[in-house]
Design a protein around this ligand. Structure first.
Ligand code: FES
Ligand code: FES
Length: 161
C-alpha cells in the first residue's frame, strides 16, 4: 500500500492504494464516486472515462498511482455548483441521449473532452470521437444530437434517424 493523492472534482484527496489498484477502482471503491461506471475492465466500452489533467482517459486502463498528483474530473464534477445538471448532462436529458444510462457517464466525459478542443464539432467528428464509447441501447443518434445541442448548434444539421 502507498499513499495516493490527487485533486478530484476540485477536492484534494489522499488515500492508500495497492500498486495494482486501477484508477476506476480507486474512484469508485475508495472515494465512493460510483458515477464512473465499469463495463468491461478491458478498455473496450468507455463507460469509465474520466478526465486526468484535462485529457479523457479510460480509468480502467490507468493505475491509481499513475494519477498521483493529477487533477481528475469525474461525472460527479460535471454538475453545476448548485447541483443542477451541467450543460452536456442537460442536453443528454433533453435529447433522450440515454436509456439505461450505463454508458452515459463515459459518453458525457468523452463529449466534454471533445467540446473542450473542438467547440463546434460536426456530426462526423462526434461519431469519430465516440468510437471508444459503446452504447448498447440508444443507437447513438440521440447521443450525437445531444452533443450537437450542447455545442450550441442546431440539431437540424443531423442526418435523419
Ligand atoms: Fe473501462 Fe470498459 S470499463 S473501457
Ligand atoms: Fe444503455 Fe447507453 S444508454 S448503454
Amino acid at each position: 500500500m502507498s499513499k495516493v493523492s490527487m485533486t478530484v472534482n476540485g477536492r484534494q484527496v489522499s488515500a492508500d492504494a495497492e500498486g495494482r489498484t486501477l484508477l476506476s477502482s480507486f474512484l469508485r471503491e475508495t472515494l465512493g464516486l460510483t458515477g464512473t461506471h465499469v463495463g468491461c475492465d478491458t478498455s473496450q466500452c468507455g463507460a469509465c472515462v474520466v478526465h486526468v489533467d484535462g485529457k479523457a482517459v479510460k480509468s480502467c486502463t490507468m493505475l491509481a498511482m499513475e494519477a498521483d498528483g493529477a487533477t481528475v474530473t469525474t461525472i460527479e464534477g460535471m454538475a453545476n455548483p448548485d447541483g443542477s445538471l451541467g450543460t452536456i448532462q442537460q442536453a443528454f436529458q433533453d435529447h433522450h441521449g440515454l436509456q439505461c444510462g450505463f454508458c452515459t457517464p463515459g459518453m458525457v466525459m468523452s463529449a466534454a473532452a471533445l467540446l473542450a478542443e473542438n467547440p463546434k464539432p460536426t456530426e462526423a467528428e462526434i461519431r469519430h470521437h465516440l468510437e471508444g464509447n459503446i452504447c448498447r441501447c440508444t443507437g447513438y443518434h440521440n447521443i450525437v444530437k445531444a452533443i450537437i445541442a450542447a455545442s450550441g448548434q442546431d440539431t437540424g444539421v443531423l442526418a435523419a434517424e
